[in-house]
Design a protein around this ligand. Structure first.
Ligand SMILES: NC(=O)c1ccc[n+]([C@@H]2O[C@H](COP(=O)([O-])OP(=O)(O)OC[C@H]3O[C@@H](n4cnc5c(N)ncnc54)[C@H](O)[C@@H]3O)[C@@H](O)[C@H]2O)c1
Length: 276
């Protein structure tokens, strides 16, 4: 039997990405377009997603379409589902990518993230976007996939979905302990939860041809300060954070038929950080 040289082709696949206007969503979108997929860009930020669609459509023959979609609102997701249905478009691959991922130390986050003074409004928002949002999208698009006996759900977790954050990385000299920034507990819980959701989905509709896998990406270069970069590099066998495009291969693999027998797995792509 011959292996097809278009095993990784995404032609004729309708792939919807949530939070697609963010740092990694854009990269996933471009990878899918480059491999011939029909990409449905969604984000709560309509301006950003419109601009992204415009830029991608200038570059590729296949055209992206975009929608404003707030994944924490079942109605908002249903509206997009119905608009796609009216156009005869059925999502065969859903990428649950959106999450609250503010940089530690970002304005408004400071100290509120610490467990001692945890702000439950921030906690609820993190859980709503990451977990409730992924469940709403899986419910709406996954149900249709199960009826059509074909589907693929890819969830974006994190290296912090399998290891604990090392809060020492964010330590700032001269600040009292109660003023030190930390990665919030909600991030660990949601990213671990995303892997749980993946396993749940991987078995739930398996008999209906719907599979599900997740990715645990390591941290991405994004204008972090040099002290942080040098400290985090020491924790990663490859000695550096990831470039934003270094998850594109995994996205293409998971969206394509090359991964047709992969189900319930978590692809860890972290430069080796979690093995040390
Ligand atoms: N950047 C990293 O270093 C890194 C590392 C590991 C995992 N991840 C994961 O990758 C995914 C993408 O991260 P990113 O760095 O691109 O984040 P980002 O903050 O750049 O992008 C997130 C996008 O989600 C959108 N969004 C927020 N709330 C939404 C809602 N209610 N409905 C729809 N869209 C909403 C935002 O508008 C934004 O465009 C996240 O799941 C994140 O946890 C990121």
């Amino acid at each position: 039997m011959n292996i097809s040289n278009n095993l990784f082709s995404l032609e004729n696949k309708n792939i919807l990405i949530t939070g697609s206007a963010g740092l990694l969503g854009k990269m996933h979108a471009e990878a899918i377009m480059a491999f011939g997929g029909n990409v449905i860009l969604t984000d709560i930020d309509i301006e950003k997603v419109k601009n992204l669609s415009h830029d991608l459509n200038q570059k590729y023959v296949n055209q992206s379409i975009y929608y404003q979609m707030d994944i924490t609102s079942e109605q908002s997701v249903l509206n997009v589902f119905n608009e796609l249905k009216e156009k005869g478009i059925f999502v065969d691959t859903l990428i649950n990518n959106a999450a609250c991922n503010p940089a530690v130390g970002a304005v408004g986050m400071k100290a509120n993230n610490r467990l001692e003074n945890l702000d439950f409004d921030l906690w609820s928002k993190d859980l709503d976007v990451s977990l409730k949002g992924s469940v709403i999208c899986s419910k709406i698009f996954g149900t249709e996939m199960s009826k059509r006996n074909f589907g693929n759900i890819i969830n974006i977790s994190s290296d912090l979905g399998i290891i604990a954050p090392d809060q020492r990385l964010y330590y700032k000299e001269g600040l009292p302990d109660d003023q030190q920034d930390v990665k919030p507990v909600s991030y660990s819980i949601t990213k671990h939860g995303i892997i749980g959701l993946t396993k749940y989905l991987a078995t739930y509709w398996a008999d209906k041809g719907v599979r599900s896998n997740s990715i645990s990406p390591g941290g991405v270069f994004n204008n972090q300060n040099t002290l942080f970069l040098s400290n985090v590099a020491k924790k990663i066998p490859l000695g550096r954070m990831a470039n934003a495009n270094e998850y594109q291969g995994a996205i293409i693999f998971l969206c394509s038929d090359a991964s047709s027998y992969m189900n319930g797995a978590n692809l860890v792509i972290d430069g080796g950080r979690s093995i040390w």
